[in-house]
Design a protein. Structure first.
Length: 148
């Protein structure tokens, strides 16, 4: 344990604290001393005990207000975090949906290409057959014209 000499309200005190906490204890006591002296100046000499009580109440009020603000910020942070998770989920859902649509479009494109190739082959076959029939017809007609 470490010991710290402090001066409060014009009196010297020796306080103990954990090793390494001396500077922190001195900072706290400076803050308390400032509050105490401000109250003493504002309210006059109403008695040390009453000034200490009012100082304690003010410090506790600050503590609880800070604690309340921290809780509000935690709640806000949790809400933001929840909204972020929801947004992230929506983004992944949207991405998955778009990937599925792209895959479907790609499949439709492949199917369409195959259908075009099949139709091309069918049309070429029909054209070849029609050409053969026209040729045969012309040959027959020529033969008939020669025979007559």
């Amino acid at each position: 344990m470490a010991n710290v000499n402090i001066k409060f309200n014009g009196k010297d005190f020796l306080l103990s604290c954990d090793d390494g906490q001396e500077e922190h204890l001195e900072e706290l006591l400076i803050h308390i001393n400032q509050k105490f002296n401000k109250l003493k100046n504002d309210l006059g000499n109403i008695g040390e005990n009453k000034l200490l009580l009012i100082t304690s109440v003010q410090i506790m009020d600050e503590y609880f207000e800070t604690k309340k603000k921290i809780e509000q910020k935690k709640t806000e942070l949790k809400n933001i975090s929840d909204k972020f998770r929801e947004l992230k989920s929506l983004v992944y859902e949207y991405k998955d949906k778009k990937e599925e649509e792209l895959n479907q479009l790609s499949q439709n494109h492949e199917d369409f290409k195959k259908e075009i190739d099949r139709n091309k082959e069918s049309y070429e076959k029909i054209i070849d057959e029609a050409s053969d029939e026209i040729e045969n017809f012309i040959k027959k007609a020529s033969l008939e014209n020669q025979v007559q």
